[in-house]
Design a protein around this ligand. Structure first.
Ligand code: NZQ
Ligand code: ZN
Length: 389
């Protein structure tokens, strides 16, 4: 196991009615708040009214309309509001897009230049306004990590940034707020959680036993509970387990003692930046093809472990056979929860594959299996047709 420091300053409030703590969580920072949210789901669910009632004693400036794949333009708007109204803190209510956008607004409010600088170069982030969030969608883990992903469609960039000061001060994670998440986003959120886990699980360090078993637990949780949540959207047990899985999937726990290798996310961020597709739909399409592409003698042991531990495939001498069966099961599961499984279905053809390969390959030199531009193109081409072969 490699050395690690585990230091997460986020107070994590999980469960029903944790929203009652909201005023006491914000008050120490001041009474002038930027309230951020997305396209209206929190108004339809009643959460918006609840927040406004709880914060009746606060001065609230609002930034709504934050899009999925949040834009740098929304960040700039938020930064301008924070500076103009001299706000003390940010309250983000929504999914990963709203929270990510708010993290960069928080940092931008303490920065003199353009917020896009902070996305391109996280070393410029030294300070941020305090951020509290109320999560409404189980997927990204942003509620307990320091990262944020922002899109600039003008330059076709979707980039991750992050800093210690961008950890939420507190996150309110009430599974009942996810009851209204539609089926496609429930499935996508599950695929995102699974992908985060895969990106960390598939690496060459075999000594992080606890992290491996945690990762397998997260995956089994997704496989078990997502179909239940799809059938019964207000099943608390299913929603609660999916929510906690999404947090554990990317709050650092599964990467303690070994690095992640992050391949599919790097490629997917280009797909989103060029075509504005749902992040996890891109991941669901890419992941089984990537698995199939990197399966060889150097990776087969770990894929066989995945097969046995996650899919209960019996141990056999033929590890390659176990691995292939597990990859097929991964594909079948993602398809069974209703996700599109080809790029063709989401309107993407091969026009930009070569360009994407050139742009992303420099970031894949330390991947589980290092990939060059031609490898990336081969994986993307495999995503055009159904199936994993
Ligand atoms: O905008 P509203 O109206 O709120 O609707 C949203 C949106 O249309 C809707 N939704 C959210 N909660 C709902 C709900 N609808 C009904 N009921 C609810 N309770 O769902 C749609 C998608 O929301 P979004 O916030 O975009 O989803 P998600 O949480 O999956 O976030 C995706 C973004 O996070 C980034 C992705 O790249 C993408 O931009 N990621 C952030 C990460 C991080 N910070 O650590 C890691 C991830 O790998 C990921 O890259
Ligand atoms: Zn993701």
């Amino acid at each position: 196991m490699e050395n690690f420091v585990y230091d997460i300053p986020t107070k994590y409030y999980f469960g029903r009615n944790q929203i009652q703590h909201l005023p006491e969580l914000l008050a120490p920072f001041g009474r002038r708040i930027l309230l951020t949210y997305g396209g209206g789901s929190i108004k339809r669910s009643g959460l918006y009214d609840q927040v406004k009632a709880l914060l009746a004693d606060f001065t609230i400036v609002e930034l709504g309309g934050i899009d999925p794949n949040p834009r740098i333009e929304s960040v700039r708007q938020g930064v301008a509001l924070c500076k103009e109204h001299q706000l003390d803190a940010i309250l983000a209510v929504g999914g990963g897009s709203t929270i990510d956008c708010s993290k960069v607004i928080a940092a931008g409010a303490k920065y003199d230049g353009d917020a896009w600088d902070l996305v391109k170069d996280s070393s410029l982030i030294h300070d941020a306004l305090p951020l509290v969030d109320i999560l409404t969608l189980a997927a990204t883990g942003t509620e307990m990590n320091r990262g944020a992903v922002i899109t600039n469609f003008a330059t076709k960039d979707k980039l991750g940034t992050g800093a210690y000061v961008m950890y939420p001060a507190a996150s309110i994670c009430d599974p009942t707020y996810t009851f209204t998440v539609p089926a496609n986003q429930t499935a996508a959120g599950t695929a995102d959680t699974m992908s985060h886990t895969f990106e960390i699980y598939f690496q060459h360090n075999d000594q992080a036993f606890i992290s491996d078993r945690l990762a397998e637990g997260v995956l089994k949780c997704c496989i078990h509970y997502c179909p239940i949540a799809l059938k019964e959207p207000d099943n608390y047990e299913a929603r609660a387990n999916l929510l906690w899985a999404s947090t554990v999937g990317l709050n650092g726990l599964t990467s303690l003692g070994r690095p992640g290798t992050w391949t599919c996310h790097a490629i997917e961020h280009l797909l989103s930046a060029y075509y504005d597709i749902t992040h996890a739909v891109g991941l669901a399409i890419l992941t089984p093809r990537w698995m199939n592409y990197v399966l060889d003698d150097s990776t087969v042991d770990r894929f066989a472990m995945y097969a046995h531990q996650v899919w209960d495939i019996p141990q056999q001498a033929d590890k390659m056979g176990m691995a292939k069966e597990a990859i097929q099961k991964t594909y079948d599961f993602l398809e069974s929860i209703g996700l599109p499984m080809t790029l063709t279905e989401v309107g993407i053809d091969s026009t930009y594959f070569a360009e994407m390969g050139q742009r992303v390959a420099p970031r894949l030199v330390n991947s589980y299996k290092p990939l060059d531009p031609d490898d990336v193109v081969a994986i993307l081409n495999a995503c055009l047709e159904p199936g994993v072969e």
